[in-house]
Ligand binder design. Sequence first.
Ligand code: NAD
Length: 240
Amino acid sequence: MSAADLAALIVERQPCVVLTGAGISTESGIPDFRSPTGIWAEVDPFEVASIQAFRRDPGRVWDFYRARICSLLEAKPNPGHLALAELERRGLVQAIVTQNIDTLHSRAGSRDVVEMHGSIRTAECPSCLWTEEAAVVLAQLEERPAPLCVHCGEILKPGVTLFGELLPPAAIERATDLSRGAALMLVVGSTLEVWPVAGLPLEARSLAVVNRGPTALDGRAELKIEGGAGDTLTAVLNSL
Ligand code: NAD
Protein backbone atom coordinates (compact mmCIF):
# COMPACT_ATOMS: atom_id res chain seq x y z
CA MET A 1 0.00 0.00 0.00
CA SER A 2 1.28 3.46 -0.86
CA ALA A 3 0.91 6.95 0.54
CA ALA A 4 -1.26 7.79 -2.50
CA ASP A 5 -3.67 4.98 -1.51
CA LEU A 6 -3.83 6.41 2.00
CA ALA A 7 -4.45 9.93 0.65
CA ALA A 8 -7.33 8.61 -1.48
CA LEU A 9 -8.80 6.75 1.51
CA ILE A 10 -8.65 9.89 3.69
CA VAL A 11 -10.47 11.93 1.02
CA GLU A 12 -13.11 9.23 0.56
CA ARG A 13 -13.74 8.43 4.25
CA GLN A 14 -14.74 11.54 6.11
CA PRO A 15 -14.66 12.34 8.94
CA CYS A 16 -11.15 11.04 9.57
CA VAL A 17 -9.81 10.98 13.14
CA VAL A 18 -6.10 10.36 13.81
CA LEU A 19 -4.78 8.39 16.79
CA THR A 20 -1.09 8.89 17.52
CA GLY A 21 1.44 7.26 19.83
CA ALA A 22 5.06 7.66 20.78
CA GLY A 23 6.17 6.64 17.24
CA ILE A 24 5.14 9.98 15.74
CA SER A 25 7.57 11.79 18.04
CA THR A 26 10.68 9.60 17.64
CA GLU A 27 11.71 11.72 14.62
CA SER A 28 11.74 14.71 17.01
CA GLY A 29 14.38 12.85 19.04
CA ILE A 30 12.00 11.53 21.73
CA PRO A 31 12.44 7.80 22.35
CA ASP A 32 9.35 5.59 22.42
CA PHE A 33 8.63 3.31 25.35
CA ARG A 34 8.86 -0.24 24.16
CA SER A 35 11.83 -0.39 21.82
CA PRO A 36 15.19 -1.63 23.21
CA THR A 37 16.42 1.99 23.30
CA GLY A 38 13.14 3.19 24.86
CA ILE A 39 12.87 4.98 28.21
CA TRP A 40 11.78 1.94 30.19
CA ALA A 41 14.88 0.05 29.11
CA GLU A 42 16.78 2.36 31.50
CA VAL A 43 14.44 3.10 34.41
CA ASP A 44 11.66 1.16 36.11
CA PRO A 45 8.38 3.01 35.45
CA PHE A 46 6.93 1.87 38.77
CA GLU A 47 9.81 3.53 40.64
CA VAL A 48 9.54 6.93 38.94
CA ALA A 49 6.23 7.26 37.11
CA SER A 50 3.53 5.52 39.13
CA ILE A 51 1.00 7.04 41.51
CA GLN A 52 2.32 4.75 44.27
CA ALA A 53 5.85 6.10 43.76
CA PHE A 54 4.48 9.67 43.82
CA ARG A 55 2.74 9.05 47.16
CA ARG A 56 5.81 7.35 48.59
CA ASP A 57 8.51 9.70 47.32
CA PRO A 58 7.26 12.69 45.25
CA GLY A 59 10.80 14.10 45.03
CA ARG A 60 11.98 11.02 43.14
CA VAL A 61 9.06 11.23 40.68
CA TRP A 62 9.68 14.99 40.18
CA ASP A 63 13.38 14.35 39.66
CA PHE A 64 12.44 12.08 36.72
CA TYR A 65 9.72 14.43 35.39
CA ARG A 66 11.83 17.60 35.67
CA ALA A 67 14.37 16.05 33.28
CA ARG A 68 11.58 14.69 31.07
CA ILE A 69 9.71 18.02 30.87
CA CYS A 70 12.94 19.85 29.98
CA SER A 71 13.87 17.40 27.23
CA LEU A 72 10.31 17.30 25.79
CA LEU A 73 10.13 21.11 25.75
CA GLU A 74 13.40 21.24 23.79
CA ALA A 75 12.02 18.90 21.10
CA LYS A 76 10.49 20.43 17.96
CA PRO A 77 7.56 19.19 15.85
CA ASN A 78 8.72 17.03 12.94
CA PRO A 79 7.29 16.66 9.40
CA GLY A 80 4.76 14.07 10.64
CA HIS A 81 3.24 16.49 13.18
CA LEU A 82 3.29 19.30 10.61
CA ALA A 83 1.59 17.18 7.93
CA LEU A 84 -1.25 16.25 10.33
CA ALA A 85 -1.74 19.93 11.21
CA GLU A 86 -1.94 20.76 7.50
CA LEU A 87 -4.47 17.94 6.92
CA GLU A 88 -6.63 19.46 9.66
CA ARG A 89 -6.35 22.92 8.05
CA ARG A 90 -7.50 21.39 4.76
CA GLY A 91 -10.54 19.89 6.49
CA LEU A 92 -9.35 16.30 6.01
CA VAL A 93 -8.59 15.50 9.65
CA GLN A 94 -11.29 16.24 12.19
CA ALA A 95 -9.20 15.81 15.35
CA ILE A 96 -6.14 14.09 16.79
CA VAL A 97 -6.36 11.76 19.76
CA THR A 98 -2.88 11.31 21.18
CA GLN A 99 -1.24 9.17 23.84
CA ASN A 100 1.71 11.53 23.85
CA ILE A 101 2.37 14.05 26.58
CA ASP A 102 4.91 16.11 24.62
CA THR A 103 2.48 18.79 23.25
CA LEU A 104 4.13 18.54 19.80
CA HIS A 105 0.80 18.30 17.94
CA SER A 106 -0.39 21.61 19.39
CA ARG A 107 3.00 23.18 18.78
CA ALA A 108 2.82 22.00 15.13
CA GLY A 109 -0.47 23.91 14.74
CA SER A 110 -3.08 21.18 15.26
CA ARG A 111 -6.10 22.77 16.92
CA ASP A 112 -8.30 19.88 18.01
CA VAL A 113 -6.05 17.60 20.06
CA VAL A 114 -7.35 15.22 22.73
CA GLU A 115 -4.53 14.33 25.13
CA MET A 116 -5.39 10.95 26.62
CA HIS A 117 -2.49 10.85 29.09
CA GLY A 118 -2.39 14.53 30.00
CA SER A 119 0.63 16.63 29.10
CA ILE A 120 3.77 18.30 30.37
CA ARG A 121 2.06 21.70 29.91
CA THR A 122 0.82 21.81 33.52
CA ALA A 123 1.03 20.20 36.93
CA GLU A 124 -2.01 19.77 39.13
CA CYS A 125 -2.87 19.99 42.80
CA PRO A 126 -4.39 16.70 44.03
CA SER A 127 -6.07 18.59 46.88
CA CYS A 128 -7.65 21.81 45.48
CA LEU A 129 -7.32 20.85 41.76
CA TRP A 130 -5.43 24.06 40.85
CA THR A 131 -3.42 23.65 37.64
CA GLU A 132 0.01 25.24 37.47
CA GLU A 133 2.05 26.14 34.36
CA ALA A 134 5.20 24.11 33.62
CA ALA A 135 7.41 27.23 33.76
CA VAL A 136 6.30 27.98 37.35
CA VAL A 137 6.83 24.34 38.31
CA LEU A 138 10.34 24.26 36.82
CA ALA A 139 11.25 27.49 38.65
CA GLN A 140 10.07 25.98 41.95
CA LEU A 141 12.08 22.81 41.28
CA GLU A 142 15.24 24.94 41.32
CA GLU A 143 14.54 25.57 45.01
CA ARG A 144 12.94 22.38 46.33
CA PRO A 145 12.58 18.68 45.42
CA ALA A 146 8.84 18.89 44.65
CA PRO A 147 6.70 21.92 43.67
CA LEU A 148 3.93 23.19 45.96
CA CYS A 149 0.45 24.48 45.17
CA VAL A 150 0.39 28.29 45.50
CA HIS A 151 -3.16 28.08 46.88
CA CYS A 152 -3.14 25.29 49.44
CA GLY A 153 0.51 24.28 49.83
CA GLU A 154 -0.06 20.65 48.78
CA ILE A 155 2.63 18.92 46.69
CA LEU A 156 1.75 19.24 42.97
CA LYS A 157 1.50 16.15 40.76
CA PRO A 158 2.78 16.08 37.15
CA GLY A 159 -0.09 16.81 34.73
CA VAL A 160 0.30 13.41 33.10
CA THR A 161 -1.48 10.16 33.83
CA LEU A 162 0.85 8.14 36.03
CA PHE A 163 0.89 4.34 36.05
CA GLY A 164 -1.89 3.21 38.37
CA GLU A 165 -4.10 6.25 37.64
CA LEU A 166 -7.27 6.40 35.59
CA LEU A 167 -7.28 8.37 32.35
CA PRO A 168 -9.00 11.79 32.41
CA PRO A 169 -12.75 11.01 32.03
CA ALA A 170 -13.41 14.02 29.74
CA ALA A 171 -10.67 12.86 27.35
CA ILE A 172 -12.04 9.28 27.28
CA GLU A 173 -15.54 10.58 26.57
CA ARG A 174 -14.45 12.92 23.75
CA ALA A 175 -12.14 10.31 22.18
CA THR A 176 -14.90 7.69 22.27
CA ASP A 177 -17.38 10.09 20.64
CA LEU A 178 -14.86 11.02 17.93
CA SER A 179 -14.02 7.36 17.26
CA ARG A 180 -17.69 6.34 17.00
CA GLY A 181 -18.32 9.14 14.53
CA ALA A 182 -15.22 8.45 12.42
CA ALA A 183 -15.57 6.95 8.96
CA LEU A 184 -11.80 6.36 9.13
CA MET A 185 -9.40 6.16 12.03
CA LEU A 186 -5.77 6.62 11.04
CA VAL A 187 -3.35 5.25 13.63
CA VAL A 188 0.21 6.63 13.48
CA GLY A 189 3.16 5.38 15.55
CA SER A 190 1.49 3.23 18.17
CA THR A 191 1.73 -0.47 19.00
CA LEU A 192 -1.91 -0.25 20.17
CA GLU A 193 -1.01 -2.20 23.28
CA VAL A 194 -2.07 0.30 25.94
CA TRP A 195 -5.75 0.16 26.89
CA PRO A 196 -8.28 1.76 26.85
CA VAL A 197 -6.82 3.83 23.98
CA ALA A 198 -6.02 0.66 22.02
CA GLY A 199 -9.75 -0.07 21.86
CA LEU A 200 -10.68 3.21 20.16
CA PRO A 201 -9.98 2.02 16.57
CA LEU A 202 -12.57 -0.73 17.10
CA GLU A 203 -15.23 1.98 17.45
CA ALA A 204 -14.51 3.58 14.07
CA ARG A 205 -16.08 2.38 10.78
CA SER A 206 -12.67 1.66 9.18
CA LEU A 207 -9.00 1.62 10.11
CA ALA A 208 -5.68 2.56 8.48
CA VAL A 209 -2.27 2.22 10.16
CA VAL A 210 1.10 3.90 9.59
CA ASN A 211 3.67 2.25 11.84
CA ARG A 212 7.15 0.81 11.81
CA GLY A 213 6.58 -2.70 13.09
CA PRO A 214 3.44 -4.62 13.97
CA THR A 215 0.43 -3.29 15.89
CA ALA A 216 -2.20 -5.24 17.79
CA LEU A 217 -4.84 -4.33 15.16
CA ASP A 218 -2.96 -4.87 11.88
CA GLY A 219 -5.39 -7.70 11.08
CA ARG A 220 -8.31 -5.27 11.20
CA ALA A 221 -6.67 -2.51 9.15
CA GLU A 222 -7.91 -1.91 5.64
CA LEU A 223 -4.58 -0.30 4.81
CA LYS A 224 -1.21 -0.61 6.57
CA ILE A 225 1.90 1.33 5.66
CA GLU A 226 5.06 -0.04 7.22
CA GLY A 227 7.16 3.10 7.29
CA GLY A 228 8.28 6.26 9.00
CA ALA A 229 5.56 8.71 10.06
CA GLY A 230 7.29 11.84 8.72
CA ASP A 231 8.04 10.54 5.23
CA THR A 232 4.70 8.77 4.88
CA LEU A 233 2.51 11.69 6.00
CA THR A 234 4.49 14.16 3.88
CA ALA A 235 3.96 11.86 0.88
CA VAL A 236 0.23 11.70 1.70
CA LEU A 237 0.05 15.52 1.59
CA ASN A 238 1.97 15.58 -1.69
CA SER A 239 -0.46 13.06 -3.20
CA LEU A 240 -3.54 15.18 -2.56
P1 NAD B 1 4.89 2.41 21.78
O1 NAD B 1 6.26 2.75 22.27
O2 NAD B 1 4.20 1.24 22.36
O3 NAD B 1 4.89 2.19 20.19
C1 NAD B 1 5.44 3.08 19.29
C2 NAD B 1 5.40 2.42 17.92
O4 NAD B 1 5.83 3.37 16.96
C3 NAD B 1 6.32 1.20 17.77
O5 NAD B 1 5.66 0.17 17.06
C4 NAD B 1 7.49 1.73 16.95
O6 NAD B 1 8.12 0.74 16.16
C5 NAD B 1 6.78 2.76 16.08
N1 NAD B 1 7.64 3.82 15.58
C6 NAD B 1 8.75 4.35 16.15
N2 NAD B 1 9.23 5.37 15.40
C7 NAD B 1 8.40 5.46 14.32
C8 NAD B 1 8.36 6.33 13.19
N3 NAD B 1 9.27 7.29 13.02
N4 NAD B 1 7.38 6.16 12.29
C9 NAD B 1 6.42 5.18 12.45
N5 NAD B 1 6.41 4.35 13.49
C10 NAD B 1 7.38 4.48 14.43
O7 NAD B 1 4.05 3.74 21.91
P2 NAD B 1 2.54 3.93 22.26
O8 NAD B 1 1.67 2.94 21.56
O9 NAD B 1 2.26 5.38 22.15
O10 NAD B 1 2.60 3.51 23.80
C11 NAD B 1 1.88 4.16 24.62
C12 NAD B 1 2.62 4.93 25.74
O11 NAD B 1 3.82 5.62 25.44
C13 NAD B 1 1.68 5.98 26.11
O12 NAD B 1 1.40 5.79 27.45
C14 NAD B 1 2.40 7.32 25.90
O13 NAD B 1 1.93 8.23 26.86
C15 NAD B 1 3.79 6.95 26.07
N6 NAD B 1 4.90 7.75 25.50
C16 NAD B 1 4.75 9.04 25.05
C17 NAD B 1 5.85 9.74 24.52
C18 NAD B 1 5.68 11.16 24.04
O14 NAD B 1 4.94 11.93 24.63
N7 NAD B 1 6.37 11.52 22.95
C19 NAD B 1 7.09 9.10 24.41
C20 NAD B 1 7.20 7.80 24.89
C21 NAD B 1 6.09 7.12 25.41
